[in-house]
Design a binder for this molecule. Structure first.
Ligand code: HEC
Ligand code: HEC
Ligand code: HEC
Ligand code: HEC
Ligand code: HEC
Length: 495
């Protein structure tokens, strides 16, 4: 809120010392009261939103756990269904990319979102040797999630496990079928079938049944991977046996339903079971430590031989570190703002960028007008891009040097150390690059991650010049400050 409020009090004219102090004190009190009022007002707004659920509906058809087709649900809930269909519309915004014509034999799509690899060829260097370096595009609406997965070159040209489908279709009924009624067993079996086969068995993108209980319409978590992941996260915070569908508040569920898919993940074990790396917490440091501990590697970099991790769409993780999450503002508050339908208000099921209608989304809590909020978003995103670009340039320079050093007699120990720094810089850049808000969900935190990435890239280059791991340790001041922030709950594990 701070940035969006008018400048504080005008500067008072010079006055005798005593009076000036009283004035300042008064001004401070007024400011404090205003701030308290503003925060209280926001909390009231949020609270009111939480009450807006008490909806009644006309039951035209019976719904149960086998009703996958959203058009049947649409008979009971026509407004939500109509908006849901509009996820097929492309909503352009500053960083959405554009739709480009597409004419490829065997691929039914006549248009696809523009390529991020063409926009930024540095990504091809970063992911050299991994399917992402072949095809990576902007995201678009939910209506396309299955077809875009089916025809990406990452599926056409590579062997992918059925696990991929978890986040790209309505799989609630499919999991039950695969496990003969046992959803958990069906979920675990997904990875034993190739994606190219399993994808033929689904008919709808994420549907009503994936987010709603058909008998009560309450939000629910249908994906075992999220149930397990959030339980691990809660256990790391000292909460045992967490059952998300029993224990989460309604406001939490308004983010958790999205976090079934908009999260970082990996495939565990031979059956490629979908797993979220949250055992130590949601901070990128926690996630990186977790991967180091279990020894997970996504691929070996073709140019440098480094064993590298890939990050994917960690919207939930980054949002969780920002000021909105700290104030209980959910994904739904911004991405599914209420729209008026006659006498009632419904949640906008055309899930897309909030910038398409700032008044209906941000405007429920921030009443600045005059483009102040839009300008704020632009500033945050521009600053993000500036830092991201510097960090990625540094990583590419490290990759260049490391590639050359393979054959110029650099000692193996230096190469190996430089490779570990490449992995760190790469993962830390990836976690904010593959996050789709361009820094908005947690601006200051995103900047911290990029400074860590830049630091790792610099150290990788120093390692190639002969610096040892001990010489590249942070200074004592830096270490002390890190420890202090960790004790204060900064969620930072150092490095
Ligand atoms: C944990 C959930 C999850 C899993 C598992 C998952 N995806 Fe996605 N995928 C998403 C989300 C969320 C998006 C939209 C955000 C984005 O594009 O970053 C997405 C976007 C995509 C896109 C469109 C943008 C692009 O990257 O070109 C493709 C294609 C895709 N995924 C393919 C795959 C393939 C192939 C797999 C299996 C290797 C897979 N997905 C597994 C959640 C998932
Ligand atoms: C079943 C997995 C899944 C769930 C649940 C899910 N998403 Fe998505 N989301 C995706 C995938 C996959 C894409 C990319 C589709 C594509 O590019 O073809 C996507 C795309 C998006 C986009 C980009 C839309 C655009 O117009 O560019 C937004 C915004 C988004 N999701 C937000 C949300 C929010 C908010 C929620 C919760 C209310 C949510 N998603 C729930 C998988 C999911
Ligand atoms: C305070 C409001 C706010 C909250 C809360 C929020 N977002 Fe966003 N989100 C934004 C803004 C603003 C953007 C940038 C949109 C743009 O550039 O057009 C964005 C971008 C995105 C995008 C990319 C959109 C696109 O068009 O490709 C996705 C996906 C997304 N958010 C998902 C989520 C998920 C999932 C959550 C909850 C874990 C969440 N958001 C919470 C405001 C919010
Ligand atoms: C990605 C998850 C998701 C999908 C898919 C989804 N919804 Fe929702 N729906 C929500 C969220 C989040 C809310 C807000 C619930 C709350 O505040 O408790 C909601 C609210 C509702 C409500 C309550 C009234 C309102 O508008 O707030 C109805 C009715 C509803 N959805 C119907 C549907 C129907 C019908 C479909 C399929 C055509 C559908 N939903 C698909 C997430 C989803
Ligand atoms: C449900 C209420 C709610 C919604 C919706 C909401 N915000 Fe906020 N916003 C808050 C609260 C609460 C704060 C924190 C206020 C504080 O601590 O001073 C905040 C803070 C901010 C800040 C300051 C961020 C910082 O790091 O200090 C910005 C910028 C902002 N919001 C922009 C937006 C934009 C843009 C949208 C829409 C995409 C949006 N907000 C939607 C409640 C909301």
């Amino acid at each position: 809120m701070t940035q969006t409020e008018p400048d504080p009090q005008p500067v008072p004219a010079p006055e005798p010392k005593q009076r000036k102090r009283t004035f300042l004190l008064g001004a401070v009190l007024v400011l404090a009261a205003t701030a308290t009022f503003a925060i209280a007002a926001l909390l009231v707004t949020i609270f009111q939103h939480q009450q807006e659920s008490a909806q009644t509906w006309v039951k035209v058809v019976e719904l149960d756990e086998t009703t996958v087709d959203p058009s049947i649900w649409g008979q009971n809930f026509p407004s939500q269904y109509q908006a849901y269909l509009r996820t097929a519309e492309f909503t352009e915004s500053a960083h959405s990319g554009v739709l480009v014509p597409h004419d490829v034999a065997g691929d039914p799509r006549s248009e696809v979102p523009s390529s991020k690899l063409e926009e930024d060829p540095r990504l091809v260097r970063m992911w050299d040797g991994y399917p992402f370096s072949v095809d990576y595009r902007h995201a678009r609406g939910h209506a396309f999630m299955t077809i875009d997965q089916q025809f990406t070159l990452r599926n056409i040209e590579f062997k992918q496990p059925g696990t991929c489908l978890n986040c790209h279709a309505s799989t609630t009924a499919l999991m039950s079928e695969l496990g003969n009624g046992d959803v958990q067993a069906g979920f675990e079996a997904m990875g034993t079938v190739p994606l190219k086969e399993l994808i033929e068995q689904v008919e709808h993108p994420v549907a009503c049944i994936d987010c709603h209980d058909p008998s009560t319409m309450a939000l629910r978590i249908s994906r075992p991977a999220f149930k397990a992941g959030i339980a691990e996260l809660k256990a790391s915070e000292g909460i045992e046996n967490y059952d998300v569908n029993r224990d989460a508040t309604r406001q939490e569920m308004r983010s958790y339903v999205c976090a079934q898919c908009h999260v970082e993940y990996y495939f565990a074990g031979e059956n490629k079971v979908l797993t979220f790396p949250w055992d130590k917490g949601l901070d990128v440091d926690n996630i990186f430590d977790y991967y180091m501990e279990i020894g997970h590697v996504d691929w070996t970099h073709a140019g440098t031989g480094a064993k590298v991790l890939k990050a994917q769409h960690p919207e939930f993780e980054l949002w969780s570190q920002g000021v909105h999450a700290a104030n209980g503002v959910s994904c739904t508050d911004c991405h599914m703002g209420y729209v008026r339908e006659g006498a009632s208000k419904v949640s906008n099921h055309q899930v897309t960028t909030p910038m398409a209608d700032v008044n209906a989304t941000c405007g429920t809590c921030h009443s600045t007008g005059d483009g102040v909020l839009e300008a704020r978003v632009t500033t945050i995103q521009d600053r993000f891009i500036e830092s991201r670009d510097r960090a990625l340039d540094a990583l590419v320079a490290l990759i260049d040097d490391l590639t050359a050093a393979q054959t110029d007699g650099t000692p193996e120990a230096s190469l190996e150390l430089a490779r570990t720094y490449q992995n760190k810089a790469s993962f830390y850049i990836d976690i904010v690059y593959s996050e789709n808000s361009y820094g908005f969900h947690a601006p200051d935190y995103t900047q911290r991650i990029l400074s860590q990435a830049l630091d790792a890239a610099r150290k990788g280059q120093l390692a190639l010049q002969g610096a040892t791991a001990a010489e590249l340790e942070p200074s004592e001041v830096t270490r002390n400050n890190l420890e202090q922030s960790l004790r204060a709950g900064g969620g930072h594990t150092g490095g």
